[in-house]
Structure formats: C-alpha cells, structure tokens
Write a new protein. Structure first.
Length: 284
C-alpha cells in the first residue's frame, strides 16, 4: 500500500516567509551596537553603565551613531566636547544631581526613546586667551567663557565689541559671555538673561559689578566678536575659563561663536530644551 505524503501549504506569490531567528537577532544586535554608553565616575552612573550595556550591547564611541552619557550636566558637557565635530548625537540620562541638560533615567525602552528624540544643534564659543607670559591658549566652550579676579582686588576690564570699545573700564569680580545653552548656568546665577536655544544671541553678563554700578550687561548678536583687555594685570590678575579649561593670569581674551564646530544633543520630545528654558523663567 502506497503512503501519501502530507500536502504542504503553498506559498502565494509575493508572500514573505518569516526571517530566521538568527537573522532577527543579528538585526537587533546591529541596532543595539550603534549605541555607545559612557559614564562619570559616580556609583550610580557606573551601575547604570553596566546595566544598560548588558541590556542593549556596547560599541566604541568611534563606531557609535549615538553616545548615551550617564552622569550629570558636567559630564554631559565633557562628552559633547569629546564628540565635537564628529556628527555623533549625544543623549544624556541623569545619574547626577541637577541634570538640567539630561533626560530622565529609565532603563527600559531606550531604543524607542532614541528614535523619537528631538535633536538640538549647538555652536560653541571659541576663546583665544593671551597670558602675561605671552602664551596663547585656545579652547571651546558650550556654556560660557568667564573671567574673574584672581586676588582680593577687583578686576578692571575694558570691553570691546567688533573692534569698538563699548566699556572703557568695568570694575567687577568678573564678566562672562554665555551661549543660549549656557544661559541657565553660571550666567543665570549672576542674574543674566535666559535665552531661548534658537535665539541668535549671546549674553554679556558682569559678576558683582562695582563701577559702573548700574550696568547689568548686554545682549549681543551671535556674530559679534568680544575682546576683554585686562587693565593693571600685575596688580589685578585675572583668570579666564572656557567651561572647564582654565587659563591663569590673562592679559586679553577674545571670544566669538565658532563658525565650524557643532555638537548635537538629543532630548525626549515631551521634555525638550526649549521647554526647560521656558519653564525655568517662571520658577521662583
């Protein structure tokens, strides 16, 4: 007696068969491995790094499309500086203290959050500082370039905008140029204005001005070049810093927005940077 073979269902033309399980896993791993996780040295940040890299995979920063920074605002700024000009996007999750620039930390749904994130492009400031020894130091700043007195005596600083002297002598503890991104940091604590992220402006803000007493700073075009000249630098020494790059005993500092360098931050759509800046102006 002849045994009939069971009939297999015919596949209709154009109907796709499910991909092999191994291929699905490979695709998932490829997507996961486009993420590089980096963390600060705190216990919480290191624990998050271990947990997320085990869950989503880990690749080098050089090969990653997105860098996830785990820590606080300071660590995020360092990550942005490290990836400046590479085209990589940086997504911060708060494992620090305040985390104004960070997204909320959650271990689940990260790939979906990255896919839905809103990108904000930032142009940093370029600082050229000349020291009393004649050394020239250049650095980039995402938040601000700040000058402050190095001794017990007030600083005396001349301020020029686009080669025109605007303030012959500012007696103060310090002065800064802040970007819109940095306007909610040191600038805000010095009573400077908060700037929307897309505003083509820079904030020029004094720190504890003594003379002229009523001068509270100025709003400048982001195309402006600002020069600070230190008066009596030996008697009244002044330091300068571009974010965390500090230069001691400067005699002049020139600041402008970088025409070439950029950094890209990713934010959850329901908690964008513009929304944070707007909300910050109504806190009391």
């Amino acid at each position: 007696m002849q045994t009939r073979r069971p009939m297999l269902p015919r596949r209709r033309r154009g109907q796709n068969l499910p991909a092999p399980i191994g291929r699905d896993r490979e695709a998932m791993n490829t997507a996961a491995n486009s993420i590089a996780f980096v963390s600060s040295d705190t216990t919480d940040a290191k624990a998050a790094l271990e947990s997320l890299s085990a869950r989503y995979g880990q690749c080098s920063v050089a090969e990653a499309a997105v860098v996830v920074a785990l820590g606080g605002d300071g660590f995020l700024l360092q990550t942005l500086r490290d990836t400046m000009g590479t085209g990589k996007k940086v997504y911060g999750m708060n494992r620090g203290t305040i985390g104004f620039l960070m997204n909320e930390y959650r271990s689940g749904g990260l790939t979906e959050r990255l896919a839905a994130a809103v990108a904000e492009t930032i142009r940093p400031l370029e600082m050229l500082a000349t020291t009393s020894d004649g050394e020239h130091v250049t650095a980039l700043a995402i938040n601000e370039v700040a000058l402050w007195r190095q001794s017990y005596q007030t600083a005396k600083i001349r301020i020029s905008i686009d080669d025109q002297v605007r303030l012959e002598e500012l007696n103060c503890d310090g002065v800064m140029i802040a970007t819109p991104a940095g306007s909610t940091a040191y600038n805000l604590s010095a009573h400077g204005p908060i700037l929307p992220l897309d505003a083509p402006l820079l904030a020029l803000t004094p720190v504890s001005p003594f003379r002229p007493r009523r001068w509270r700073g100025a709003l400048l075009s982001n195309k402006a070049t600002v020069r600070f000249d230190i008066m009596e630098p030996e008697k009244r020494p002044v330091n300068a810093a571009a974010d965390h790059t500090e230069v001691k005993a400067v005699t002049s500092v020139t600041v402008r927005e970088s025409p070439t360098a950029t950094a890209t931050l990713l934010f959850d759509p329901n908690h964008s940077w513009n929304e944070r800046i707007l909300a910050e102006q109504f806190r009391y």
